[in-house]
Design a protein around this ligand. Structure first.
Ligand code: IYR
Length: 215
């Protein structure tokens, strides 16, 4: 053990620091219309470092963030995703699911996969690279992705948590080893200048519906 000497201490009292962060974070929107404006590799590296600082079961860090800006690969990924999404919208989704998605205006066209300057393809490790066990993988990687989204937001970037299903094609296109399973596909970039977001997605449940207090 070592002393926790570099603890982050905000300039503000906890209530104000917490509120200020909420005011920033509550302006995050999931975006499907990206600008082609480039984002540097250095920026993406900082985002992935933030994600990689997440807590994980036994600190196994059971994740890999495959970052793609190569246009040919982005195109392949788009074509793979659109193939699955065509099947989803035409056959796999039931009527209720399609009704729930209607306010988002989504369909099988996934042009954002080519427009966004970066695609971060998140893989979860079913075993560590040396074959050893990993723990609480879903919890760990979910936290890491949350931290990635927050890091992108505070850098002024927008992201989309995209889940073409099934996602097997991602491992094939990116030649990932057997222990890596696709988890999420995250286009990242600046929002398009005339970017629209669904008003439906801005409606957050009020605190009394998401919070129970015993004090
Ligand atoms: N994966 C599809 C469908 C989709 C499903 C849910 I649940 C969403 O919140 C959004 C979309 C697509 O990306 O279009």
């Amino acid at each position: 053990m070592i002393p926790y000497a570099d603890r982050y201490v905000p300039d503000l009292p906890a209530e104000q620091a917490a509120e200020a962060f909420y005011r920033c974070l509550s302006r995050r929107r999931t975006v499907r219309e990206f600008s082609a404006q480039p984002v540097s590799l250095e920026t993406i590296q900082w985002l992935v470092r933030s994600a990689g600082s997440a807590p994980s079961g036994a600190n196994k860090q059971p994740w890999r963030f495959v970052c793609v800006s190569d246009p040919a690969l982005k195109r392949e990924i788009r074509l793979g995703a659109e193939e699955e999404e065509q099947a989803f919208y035409r056959e796999r989704a039931n009527a209720q699911w399609l009704a729930d998605l209607a306010p988002l205006g989504t369909d099988e066209n996934k042009s954002f996969l080519e427009v966004a300057p970066w695609l971060i393809v998140v893989f979860k490790l079913a075993a560590d690279d040396d074959g050893s066990q990993v723990y609480y993988v879903n919890e760990s990687i979910g936290i890491a992705v949350g931290m990635l989204l927050v890091a992108a937001h505070q850098a002024g970037l927008a992201a989309l948590t995209h889940t073409p299903s099934p996602m097997k094609f991602l491992g094939q296109i990116l030649h990932r080893p057997e222990n890596e399973r696709p988890y999420l596909l995250i286009p990242i970039g600046y929002p398009a200048k005339d970017c629209q977001v669904p008003v439906f997605a801005t409606r957050r449940k009020p605190l009394d519906q998401i919070m129970v207090v015993h004090s």
